[in-house]
Design a protein around this ligand. Structure first.
Ligand code: GRF
Length: 201
């Protein structure tokens, strides 16, 4: 399956997707970053994958940025757009164009803790559990249908960094599994419901 991965930072999820690409059944045609200094771009280059940096700060509006993003994406005609630590909000203009083809990984047990700083917020809220969610991307920020989640216990000794580390380790396991379902044609978005083997998740 032809894939594009969007990143903004370290790209450890990108690396796990690259390392598992045969298992998933993916060919990553291109990695795009909206940040000039994203280490994930180095990772992609090391693997011989095409890269593009589209720095959102050089565009006068979100739509201008997305027009450029779409122009680059459409050159590759991808079957899936994988958000892997992509930290830019995508407008309905973008999400509706690729509806059912965009997946995201989010470091919380959605619908809890949408947005940023999820680990600190989970600790501050005295949650017993935290975790990771993979979901379809729709126009609702971090609010698209959930596909899979993995809870982890918050330890009394945890701080945001230690918690982030354990969540990230789970991210690297769960995302390839879900992407494999998608590549196998088992996972679909229909009428805003995530279906696995034609059954609502
Ligand atoms: C991950 O925790 C991801 O869930 C979140 O940003 C982080 C990106 O990490 N959206 P990496 O760039 O994949 O290392």
């Amino acid at each position: 399956m032809k894939a594009i991965v969007l990143i903004s930072g370290s790209g450890s999820n990108l690396q796990s997707i690259i390392d598992n690409s045969s298992y998933i059944g993916l060919n990553i045609d291109c990695v795009i970053s909206n940040k000039t200094d994203a280490f994930g771009i180095d990772r992609a280059k090391n693997e011989g994958i095409n890269t593009h940096i589209i720095d959102n700060e050089t565009f006068s509006s979100r739509q201008e940025f997305e027009i450029k993003l779409i122009k680059v994406i459409d050159k590759y005609n991808p079957e899936i757009i994988i958000l892997a630590g992509f930290m830019r909000i995508l407008s309905p203009y973008f999400t509706n164009k690729y509806l059912g083809k965009i997946l995201n990984i989010h470091p919380s047990l959605l619908p809890k803790f949408k947005g940023l700083n999820t680990h600190k917020r989970a600790i501050d809220a005295k949650e017993k559990q935290h975790g990771v969610s993979v979901h379809f991307v729709t126009s609702e920020l971090d609010g698209g249908p959930i596909i899979a989640q993995k809870p982890i216990n918050i330890l009394p000794s945890d701080n945001p960094n230690s918690l982030a580390k354990r969540v990230l380790a789970e991210e690297h396991i769960i995302y390839p599994k879900v992407l494999r379902w998608f590549a196998q044609g088992r996972l679909k978005l229909k009428n805003n419901v995530a279906l696995l083997d034609n059954k609502p998740i």
